[in-house]
Design a protein around this ligand. Structure first.
Ligand code: ACO
Length: 324
């Protein structure tokens, strides 16, 4: 039997209209544009307006990917939405998105793996396509981290932004997704987390407004080591070198993390897709957003070799090697 592969058919992304600049943040907490740019590479981030939700962003990103492929929602047979900020606990975000787009009957779900969620989604969709359980999948990463960010805490509020990115994956005779690698280690659960959840009881949720908690410099150190190692492991298993990579599309958490990884890999920064200055850290949305930006401005071309990599709360981390 001819093996079935999955390839990226199209991409899309969406950011909210409202922009929060470093200068805006200077008026909210004790910080400076210079400190934020030096330590993170971020200049501005987009955040949702009152009443605007993650589902609104996911819908726009999904419609943009469908339009780019000339497809309708009825052409899909799987929706996966990676997010840590769903509109509601259930129905899941995949189902809510299917209802918005107008599809029926096929499986839809959401998955939560913090900033690595999109890579997890890609791995699951790739497996379902390879095993014949899906033919055409919409994989979305969407976040409204501004809803769980403390805008009086200068160590976190400068980092996060909102947005959504989408890809349509479909069955193909030639490999597109060459490999995916996903990992987790719960021993690090206290370094980066959001404390509230339904199962802890509604009283706690009603009484406290919880926010993202992060031990930034420790996260930074583990992220650099883990992602450098993972990149080498991913390339080695595929039998390719850094020189073969056309583009590295990393999770946009901090420019200094990305620079440290590329230094360890010996990869020039000119071959890295960087959107962090404009988007900030949009968690699981950041890779599909960056991918779509570089596809639409013509940097990423068909046939090129791409490496995606992400790291987030859990810790969770993962990579994907992709022939676009
Ligand atoms: N403006 C000015 N000074 C600040 C600010 C700020 N916004 N934030 C912190 N500082 C100060 C600190 O108080 C500290 O001052 P002190 O030396 O007087 O105590 C000093 O700057 C250094 O603080 P550090 O935390 O050591 O700064 P660092 O260089 O590590 O940068 C940062 C902080 C940007 C948060 C960095 O650690 C980072 O990016 N960490 C990783 C984030 C990440 O990758 N998260 C994972 C993905 S996110 C997810 O999963 C949702």
């Amino acid at each position: 039997m001819t093996p079935v592969h999955a390839r990226i058919r199209s991409t899309g992304h969406c950011v909210p209209e409202r922009v929060l600049t470093n200068q805006d943040l200077e008026r909210m907490v004790t910080t400076s544009d210079e400190w934020i740019r030096d330590r993170t590479g971020i200049e501005r981030r987009h955040i949702v307006s009152p009443g605007e939700t993650n589902l609104d962003l996911c819908e726009k990103a999904a419609r943009s990917a469908l339009a780019a492929a000339g497809l309708e929602a009825s052409d899909l047979d799987l929706i996966l939405v990676a997010t840590t900020t769903p509109n509601q606990v259930f129905p899941n975000m995949g189902v809510l998105l299917q209802e918005r787009l107008g599809g029926h009957g096929y499986p839809c779900t959401s998955l939560e793996a913090a900033c690595a969620g999109f890579i997890y989604g890609l791995a699951v969709a790739n497996s379902l396509i390879q095993t014949g359980q899906a033919h055409r999948a919409l994989v979305v990463g969407g976040e409204t981290l501004s809803r769980i960010t403390d805008y009086t805490d200068r160590s976190t509020c400068i980092l996060f932004g909102d947005g959504a990115g989408a890809v349509i994956l479909e069955a193909a005779s030639e490999p597109g997704i060459l490999s995916t690698h996903i990992h987790a280690d719960g021993a690090y659960k206290d370094l980066l987390y959001y404390p509230s959840g339904i199962s802890q009881g509604f009283d706690r949720l009603r009484e406290s407004v919880d926010f993202i908690q992060m031990k930034g410099s420790e996260v930074f150190r583990v992220a650099v080591n883990t992602l450098s190692h993972l990149a080498l492991e991913t390339l080695e298993k595929a039998g390719v070198g850094c020189a073969d990579l056309s583009w590295f599309v990393p999770h946009q958490a901090n420019l200094r993390i990305i620079q440290a990884i590329t230094r360890k890999l010996g990869l020039p920064l000119e071959r890295v897709v960087l959107t962090i200055a404009e988007h900030g850290n949009t968690s699981t949305a950041s890779i599909p957003m960056a991918l779509d930006v570089a596809v639409r401005d013509g940097r990423i071309q068909r046939g090129q070799l791409l490496l995606f990599e992400a790291f987030g709360g859990g810790f969770t981390w993962g990579s994907a090697l992709v022939r676009y």
